[in-house]
Write a protein that binds this ligand. Structure first.
Ligand SMILES: [Zn+2]
Ligand SMILES: [Zn+2]
Length: 275
């Protein structure tokens, strides 16, 4: 089974000691190309079978400390997107390269990037079984599938935790794949949301949080307020009952600013707002 990330227009080399991850004019170029992260739902997002889009928006806004907008859902027919039936799962799959070509035509002028999200399964070429996501950093477009995070995809029953499992997997793929848009490569150092795709496939094994190395790199790329970001993430995790992540995030925040200040920031900060 092949899976992973292909088609990266820019894949920055990362080596130990190169923590500054410098692109000298990164901030300037981000302003020049827009700062808003757009999510474009592709195809159906039925309540119960798909994660809530407002929660995905809120999570991405907290995670990347940027304004995130969800565009009206786009249909999949009439866009020249090739499809096939996967020979083993019998599920429909869409060709990622066709989707990226369609996205390039509709990227908003104020976008940092336009990310298609879909409950359809994806494939990048005929010889591949499937793909979680594909992006072109140069073109600032990407598409991610959330289909394989739904137990129903694998023929499994919907357990009592179905909605939370689906949301957690969707949040993870959103953080991981969008992180690639900010130049992050796969993490080789720690148990981290930016570990490679084998980890991404293991539904509960991969954490939602990034390690210290990747936090530093993400911060270097976006320039957010680290305690404020942790506080927003903490509030989100509490709201959706991601208890382990809430504990982890609050512990990090308290280590940075102390318990009393952590409480103050958490109480005063808005949920999932942009930076
Ligand atoms: Zn990846
Ligand atoms: Zn990492």
């Amino acid at each position: 089974m092949k899976m992973g990330w292909v088609g990266m227009g820019l894949f920055l080399p990362m080596v130990a000691g190169a923590m500054s991850f410098a692109i000298p004019d990164r901030e300037q170029s981000r302003r020049a190309i827009g700062t808003i992260l757009y999510l474009l739902p592709l195809g159906e997002f039925r309540a119960g079978a798909a994660p809530a889009l407002d929660l995905l928006r809120e999570y991405a806004a907290a995670y990347f400390a940027l304004e995130v907008r969800v565009l009206p859902t786009a249909g999949l027919s009439g866009q020249g997107i090739a499809a096939r039936q996967n020979p083993s799962t019998r599920n429909r799959q869409l060709l990622t390269t066709d989707i990226l070509a369609a996205l390039k035509k509709r990227i908003p002028h104020d976008a940092f990037c336009l990310l298609g999200i879909t409950m359809e399964d994806l494939y990048p070429k005929a010889s591949w079984n499937f793909l979680f996501g594909q992006a072109s950093l140069r073109e600032r477009v990407g598409v991610y599938s959330l289909a394989r995070y739904a137990p129903a995809f694998h023929g499994g029953p919907r357990g009592p935790d179905h909605a939370r499992t689906l949301l957690r997997g969707s949040c993870r793929v959103l953080a991981h794949e969008t992180g690639h848009m900010f130049g992050l490569a796969h993490c080789l150092w720690f148990h981290c949301v930016f570990n490679g795709s084998n980890h991404l496939a293991a539904s509960d094994a991969c954490p939602l949080h990034e390690c210290a190395v990747d936090l530093r790199q993400l911060h270097g790329s976006i320039g957010f307020d680290v305690p404020a970001r942790y506080a927003r993430l903490y509030r989100f995790y509490r709201k959706v009952e991601f208890d382990d992540e809430a504990v982890w995030t609050r512990t990090r925040l308290e280590r940075i600013v102390g318990g009393a200040e952590a409480r103050r920031i958490i109480e005063t900060i808005g949920e999932g707002t942009s930076s």
